[in-house]
Design a protein around this ligand. Structure first.
Ligand code: ZN
Length: 477
């Protein structure tokens, strides 16, 4: 294509599709709110993390250097409650869940640049709160510190929330605040809770301040993308925005606010109270990471995503078809010779691949529409099975393969170990040796042994194709 399509991003702050530009040319600074580790990660988390991983990968594909910070909230009311309910130490609760979270990320092929933990940044958090008090945006009350929303006139801009009427809060906390929207930057210690020393006495950070402190420490200010699940818009992101713009004296602090849509489980909202929570590790026991990624990315990141077994089954066959095409093309290309002339039909195939590749980038450029992009990839795969597989012409195979490589980089439909099979030179040498032995056997009429080699290799995913006494092979496993 002459030029890549203009990249556009939907910004929650403006509710508009905007042309994508970064503060530093060629660099994207992206902060995604990670988990509060009081429990294992659930499917809603997986959806958000996979979505932002695909966004990051597409930005890399477009030539950006992406720095991706995804925090871990390892101290919070929920962690303390879980520790009290289970009789465990709060830090053991956090450690256990951090381990399982990182394991899940790795399996799903998600690798943030950095995963900063709150409890490793307490002194920076205290310094930020001191500065907010000094600037007049925060006040101490009874050993806790609150952000004063009346001092910040853009409060409510991101979420549209301006009324606190329907918002239930604890009475004693409300009494300490000047305004119901004021939020805790520092919480004074309660009996039996973990605590750190501060200028306001023993206590611990409130939830929101960590993201402003850790993002600015590692990404600087302002940042290009701030992402998370849609449920974080209020109060978490509204509060982050208020305190950051106040603290750094900058607006906007974030160029693009991006949020993922809701996840439903068999048609219902997933929630603890409905008892329909689905955890990622359970799903990973039944479905491969490749199938889970394809399933998540078959929806646009802002759309509702439905989880049910049928839909996963469907995506399993789709993943198999995509990875088969990828692998077979790889194998074909290792054997295929340069073409000196193409048939009319192959020229047509080349054009079709070119069109689908452009459509893929057009979809991804329109607010990372993986759902539409995946359709182009599937159509390209159909071309493989209907027009390339039997003829094995070099040019269309190569063009389609490079398209599928890009697509695989985003969607991750090929198992990493399978992607390597075709590169294993020793494996190829051994297969060729067996083919040579089989040829000798056939020359001498020892067909039962020759057939045995053929069927055994077939079972291992190496398909032999005879043409006279010559034999070619395709790795299908
Ligand atoms: Zn956050």
């Amino acid at each position: 294509m002459d030029t890549m399509p203009q990249l556009k991003v939907f910004n929650t702050a403006t509710k508009k599709l905007e042309e994508f530009e970064t503060f530093t040319p060629g660099v994207v600074r992206m902060y995604v709110c990670g988990p509060t580790v009081y429990d294992r990660s659930h499917l809603g988390h997986a959806r958000t993390y996979i979505a932002f991983d695909a966004i990051k990968r597409y930005l890399s594909l477009r030539g950006y250097h992406v720095i991706h910070v995804q925090n871990i909230t390892d101290i919070d009311d929920k962690i303390i409650k879980k520790a009290q309910d289970t009789g465990k130490n709060w830090s053991d609760v956090a450690e256990e869940n951090i381990r399982s979270y990182l394991e899940v990320l790795k399996k799903l092929g998600i690798r943030p640049t950095l995963s900063p933990r709150v409890t490793y940044h307490i002194s920076e958090i205290i310094a930020a709160i001191e500065k907010l008090i000094e600037l007049g945006f925060a006040y101490e009350s009874n050993g806790s510190v609150y952000f004063d929303v009346s001092k910040y006139d853009r409060y409510g801009e991101l979420s549209g929330r301006r009324s606190a009427e329907s918002w239930r809060q604890e009475e004693d906390v409300l009494r300490e605040k000047r305004n119901p929207f004021d939020f805790a930057l520092w919480k004074r210690m309660k009996e039996g809770e973990p605590h750190w020393s501060s200028p306001w006495g023993e206590g611990r950070p409130g939830w929101h301040i960590e993201c402003s402190v850790m993002s600015s420490r590692y990404l600087g200010v302002p940042i290009d993308i701030h992402g998370g699940g849609g449920d974080l818009i209020f109060p978490h992101h509204e509060n982050e925005k208020a305190q950051s713009e106040a603290l750094f004296g900058i607006k906007p602090w974030v160029r693009y606010w991006m949020h993922t849509g809701m996840l439903t489980i068999r048609g219902e909202k997933m929630s603890k109270s409905l008892g329909n929570m689905v955890y990622i590790d359970e799903v990973l026991d039944r479905w491969s990471p490749e199938v889970i990624r394809i399933w998540v990315l078959s929806s646009h990141y802002r759309s509702q995503l439905e989880f049910n077994e049928d839909s996963l089954k469907q995506h399993e066959s789709s993943q198999l078809r995509l990875s088969t095409a990828y692998r077979e093309l790889k194998s074909i290309l290792e054997e295929a010779q340069q073409d000196f002339r193409l048939s009319e039909e192959d020229v047509k195939v080349l054009r079709e691949i070119e069109t689908l590749h452009r459509e893929f980038h057009e979809a991804m450029s329109e607010d990372f529409n993986t759902a539409e992009a995946l359709k182009s990839v599937r159509r390209a795969t159909d071309i493989y099975f209907s027009k390339i597989r039997e003829r094995e012409t070099h040019a269309p195979a190569l063009q389609l393969f490079s398209f599928l490589e890009e697509a695989n980089y985003i969607f991750g439909f090929v198992k990493p170990e399978e992607a390597r099979v075709g590169e294993d030179a020793r494996l190829r040498e051994m297969i060729e040796l067996l083919i040579e032995v089989r040829k000798r056997l056939r020359e001498r009429g020892i067909y039962d042994l020759a057939d045995k080699i053929r069927s055994s290799l077939g079972e291992m995913g190496v398909e032999l194709q005879d043409s006279g006494l010559e034999t070619r092979y395709i790795l299908r496993k």
